[in-house]
Design a protein around this ligand. Structure first.
Ligand code: GLC
Length: 654
């Protein structure tokens, strides 16, 4: 839904709320008082719930009715919201209140995340708990535990095929372990993020099993068709997510003679959010997990959750209705919990998921285009597209908080602004090939050691896998024993992290990057993983190399020390707060990017050289003496000499 339509809907909702006092108000009142009456047990916190409910219920009901027109299901939902509130621990309730009083709690300049698979990092949940000290040494106060809910082995999509939303994978622990881990994290001021995979369930989920047996109630929770006609209509307008590893959007189930919609892998069945039972139950799952102590809910693959014939089934208006309802629900039951939307798409499709400032949807979104554009810049050594991308992001309201990253568990999709690149005679298909050739080491003189993912020769649309260190050359030069090469690659790796840490938003480090972990090729020996090259950068954390972080002249030592230094600078200077103003400035060199951050106290200039040559950044910020926060040297912000792949963080007090 575009901003205009949304505004229209908002206005419509408000107008109705004001001008139709009859049926709706009476109903709303009835619901609030019925919920109150039923549960007037804990007078101390009951009032808080009632207040929140009273403030939000009009809009929630409006949206629910717009989508489902089902009063009794809405009543059930409200009743359950109260139940989950009642069940929420007093510690979490206290945290909710603290965060309600400080709504910018997650936007501060000391927020730093790290993401990892539990088994790769520490074996299991208890292992993670025992490694919290290590995470603290990384200055991390937000950890994203990659999917850990029950999932069938070999048909898991890295855990994104959930068989039971209320059960932890046995090898990783139990719900009690999760609760204990969350408690231990909270004591240390660490927030916990988890994936909420709401677009689909595993085919092993209880609902899917019943649906497969032909139970109509459960079939209606998915998209079932007894012949290929409707599926073939969908296929006309719905693009494919995994064209090579899982072509098509439907899977034929011979045992019941039906097709089922499977946008991702055939074992991930798309949920039908047109059915209010699905929405309600998934909200209960969400609240169940929130009550275990989760602070950040990552809504997986959110653009896909509503399906409609003759559309691409992406970003439909109803998706926004659902996300807004989720936001309202969390604000009623667990306002300390924030929503992180996973929208891996171009900026104009991402930004609407923030909602409007008055009616917000997600609290945070991935800055996916900046991430992909950064790697494009590494390959092209040309910062013009990156500068333009940053200008777009910096022009958005400050309430919009992006989550910045260099690498994550997924591939890098080359979703770049090809219209802009046309100005330089760069065409999409050949450019994607160039980028992939560059990072897979095919292109002469390149240092990247990545692998392709879902190579679709028809569209020339392969994506890329690999760790930051491997894409920066640490793997190649290390293998070749080229000490100078390794050194330069480490410098580049640090520069890219410095750039990421100075962007607007919250930075998240991919576990292993802090010690320059390279690709793990062992996935090729595991038949369950071999078809999915994303496992290349999902290797086990190398605890035998980790101690080298304390040895200054090792790759691990250099990276760890440098990131630690940058992170401390970031958290101790208010200019890194998400509230600071940001802009890019010209450097008169197409390989050098310069960004300015500014608040009432400080002015910061980050300068990043994406070329393999030492250069001069022809900036001319003639307003005083700056200190390079990294080296501690004082200098002017004029004609700055900058080494190949190097960076400066200039800053001056006002
Ligand atoms: C998200 C995940 C990805 C997964 C997909 C399907 O995009 O990041 O790893 O394959 O959802 O659930």
């Amino acid at each position: 839904m575009n901003q205009r339509e949304r505004k229209k809907r908002t206005v419509k909702a408000e107008t109705v709320a004001k001008t139709v006092p009859t049926a709706k108000e009476i109903k709303t009142e009835k619901i609030v008082s019925a919920v109150k009456e039923k549960k007037a047990v804990k007078p101390d916190t009951q009032g808080i719930f009632d207040n929140r409910m009273a403030r939000k219920i009009d809009e929630l009901r409006w949206l629910y009715m717009e989508l489902y027109g089902n009063d009794s299901m809405f009543f059930e939902l409200c009743d359950q919201l109260h139940r989950f509130y009642e069940e929420r621990s007093s510690t979490l309730k206290a945290l909710d209140q603290k965060r309600e009083a400080d709504p910018g709690w997650y936007k501060k300049n000391d927020m730093l995340g790290m993401m990892f698979y539990i088994d790769n990092f520490a074996g299991n949940m208890k292992g993670v708990e025992s490694k919290l000290d290590y995470l603290e040494k990384n200055n991390v106060n937000y950890i994203h535990l990659m999917p850990f809910l029950d999932t069938p082995k070999g048909r898991s999509d890295g855990g994104y095929a959930v068989a039971d939303f209320r059960k932890v994978q046995e090898n990783l622990g139990t719900m009690d372990d999760l609760e204990a881990l969350a408690g231990a994290c909270h004591k240390k001021g660490i927030s916990l993020c988890m994936d909420f995979v709401m677009n689909h369930t595993s085919e092993d989920h209880e609902w899917a099993k019943k649906a497969r047996q032909g139970d109509g109630e459960y079939m209606s929770r998915y998209f079932f068709y007894d012949n290929s006609y409707i599926p073939s209509l969908y296929e006309k307008t719905v693009p494919q997510v995994f064209p090579t590893t899982a072509p098509g959007n439907f899977t034929w189930l011979p045992e019941i003679g039906h097709y089922v919609m499977t946008t991702f892998y055939p074992y991930q069945w798309d949920l039908n959010y047109g059915n209010p039972r699905v929405f309600n139950e998934m909200m209960y799952n969400f609240l169940f997990l929130a009550n275990k102590g989760i602070d950040v809910i990552r809504i997986d693959a959110v653009p896909y959750i509503w399906k409609e014939l003759n559309t691409p089934c992406r970003n439909l208006p109803q998706v926004h209705t659902i996300v807004r309802m989720m936001r309202l629900i969390s604000e009623i039951v667990c306002p300390g919990v924030i929503l992180l939307g996973e929208v891996v798409m171009e900026p104009e499709k991402v930004v609407p998921y923030f909602g409007t400032v008055e009616k917000p949807e997600c609290h945070m979104l991935y800055n996916v285009t900046t991430m992909a554009t950064t790697w494009h810049t590494v390959a092209t050594r040309d910062v013009r597209l990156l500068k333009k991308q940053l200008d777009i992001v910096n022009g958005l309201p400050k309430d919009y908080v992006f989550l910045n990253y260099l690498r994550c568990h997924d591939d890098i999709g080359w979703g770049l602004d090809y219209d802009f690149l046309k100005n330089f005679s760069i065409d999409e298909v050949s450019h994607k090939k160039f980028l992939n050739d560059f990072f897979t080491g095919k292109y002469p003189d390149t240092f990247g050691r990545g692998e392709l993912y879902n190579d679709d020769p028809r569209l020339g649309d392969a994506r890329l896998c690999g760790t930051t260190a491997s894409l920066c050359g640490i793997e190649k030069y290390g293998f070749e024993g080229n000490v100078v090469g390794v050194d330069r690659s480490v410098r580049y790796d640090i520069t890219l992290h410095a750039f990421m840490l100075s962007q607007s938003g919250i930075p998240v480090i991919y576990s292993g990057d802090e010690i320059g972990q390279v690709n793990d090729y062992s996935y090729k020996d595991d038949p369950d993983k071999a078809v999915d090259s994303r496992y290349l950068h999902r290797g086990e954390f190398n605890w035998s190399l980790a101690p080298n972080r304390n040895i200054a002249d090792t790759v691990q030592g250099k990276l760890f020390h440098a990131l630690d230094h940058l992170e401390h600078i970031r958290s101790s200077h208010s200019v890194f707060d998400t509230t600071a103003d940001l802009r890019t400035i010209d450097t008169w060199d197409s390989s050098i990017l310069a960004i300015v951050r500014e608040n009432a106290e400080e002015k910061f200039i980050g300068i990043y050289n994406f070329s393999d040559q030492d250069k001069v950044a022809w900036i001319n910020e003639d307003d005083g003496i700056y200190t390079d926060l990294i080296s501690g040297h004082e200098m002017e912000a004029k004609g700055v000499m900058i080494p190949a792949f190097g960076c400066f963080w200039l800053c001056r007090k006002k």
